[in-house]
Design a protein around this ligand. Structure first.
Ligand SMILES: [Fe+2]
Length: 411
């Protein structure tokens, strides 16, 4: 639901749907955004704009709605935070049919990408119409049932990894682009970028790509050359979306400037390039390879969250929201204005569970409540990561242990 409130009522964790007044006075270049730093909140408060519209489906709800009459009608449906299977009670046959559809799509797309990559290796033109068709089909499948497609791409075969990986990164980028509320044209470009980001690997022998041990200096130089090589291929293809060129060249950069090929830091990397780096690594970590078993998704996001300076952490959190996977033990804010601890997922549970234990408006502990996050927008949602120190939780590890056992910290 959209709420219209005064600028001085905005709080950390709210999602700005629209800023009122002249755009000349707007503090951000893009209207829609999650307010996840104190500076952003301050920028809105100090803007002097007449009002701000807050979307409570993507962030914290305002404490009170000014008036029902001031509530504008939503013109487009929101992108789901985590769009999974539509109904718990959906017949097994429907689920099986949807899964079969996703398996067929991934297999079809893998074959297209194999043709595209082999054409590139032979110096032939990239057939853009074929690539565009894959993007279109993946986008339609993500819109229909993202969780099924995300599940299928994770269980892909070890063989022909590069082609499956292209389809997987395409899916993850389209899914996250929709979650971020980007326009359709940008989501489509992200899809192209995901499919083609590693096309430069066509210049690297399989024996090096699949090598289990560490690479020699010469081999490493060859690997480090694949972004520029791929970029060259895409430029030659002509008529390539800008994001595909950008992500191909920059998906191995890191926000602290320690990546390759240029060592660019966050301020010189586009959102598409930063998202490309996240989707690329997440899929690589969770995939079975000839030389290693894939990591469980929870372990992959936990590791990525712990790697300082590698990823844009704000974007990484939005990525986690888009796939519905969060590191166990993370302190988070919920849409219901509560703090929660992300609980370990049991093997059978496909949805994240959170122990809600603190009221952020009353600044008080609550009896712990285990919340299973739903795959639609009707229930509670994780809206932001939190620092335990900010709430005065000195020994967060010990607290988390007690909460995970179901202890009432209010008692
Ligand atoms: Fe790469």
């Amino acid at each position: 639901m959209i709420h219209r409130i005064a600028c001085d009522q905005v709080r950390l964790g709210m999602y700005v749907h629209k800023l009122g007044g002249s755009w000349f006075a707007h503090p951000f270049w893009r209207n829609r955004r999650l307010l996840d730093t104190a500076e952003e909140v301050e920028a809105v408060r100090a803007s002097g704009l007449p009002y701000v519209e807050i979307d409570d489906e993507r962030g914290l709800a305002p404490e009170r709605i000014a008036s029902a009459a001031s509530r504008p009608e939503r013109t487009t449906p929101p992108a789901p935070i985590w769009s999974g299977p539509r109904s718990k009670t959906a017949p097994d046959t429907l689920r099986a049919a949807e899964r079969k559809r996703a398996v067929d799509l991934v297999d079809r797309s893998r074959r297209v990408m194999k043709r595209v990559f082999e054409s590139a290796r032979l110096g032939r033109a990239i057939r853009m119409a074929e690539v565009a068709h894959v993007v279109e089909e993946v986008t339609a499948a993500v819109t229909r049932n993202a969780q099924t497609l995300l599940g299928v791409i994770r269980l892909k075969s070890k063989d022909e990894y590069t082609y499956y990986h292209s389809v997987a990164v395409c899916t993850l980028m389209v899914n996250c682009g929709r979650h971020l509320g980007l326009p359709d044209a940008e989501v489509e470009q992200l899809g192209f970028a995901g499919l083609l980001h590693d096309i430069g690997k066509m210049g690297i022998p399989e024996s090096i790509l699949n090598k289990a041990g560490s690479l020699t200096d010469e081999e490493f130089d060859l690997v480090r050359g694949h972004p520029a090589h791929g970029h060259g291929l895409l430029v030659d293809a002509g008529d390539m979306p800008d994001m595909a060129l950008d992500v191909c060249l920059h998906h191995h950069e890191k926000v602290d400037g320690s990546g390759y090929p240029f060592g660019l830091s966050a301020d010189r990397l586009s959102l598409a390039a930063r998202l490309g780096a996240i989707c690329d690594v997440y899929d690589a970590l969770t995939s079975d390879r000839i030389y290693k078993a894939g990591w469980p998704p929870v372990e992959a996001v936990a590791a990525m969250w712990s790697w300082d300076g590698h990823f844009d952490r704000v974007l990484l959190f939005r990525f986690m929201q888009s796939i519905g996977v969060f590191p166990t033990g993370m302190l988070v804010t919920l849409r219901s204005n509560r703090l929660g601890l992300v609980l370990e997922n049991s093997r059978r549970a496909s949805r994240p569970r959170v122990c809600a234990f603190y009221d952020t408006r009353a600044n008080a502990f609550l009896p712990p409540e285990t919340v299973t996050l739903r795959d639609d927008l009707s229930g509670d949602q994780i809206v932001a990561p939190e620092l335990p120190e900010r709430w005065g939780f000195r020994d967060w590890d010990a607290m988390a242990e007690r909460l995970a056992k179901g202890e009432n910290l209010n008692a």
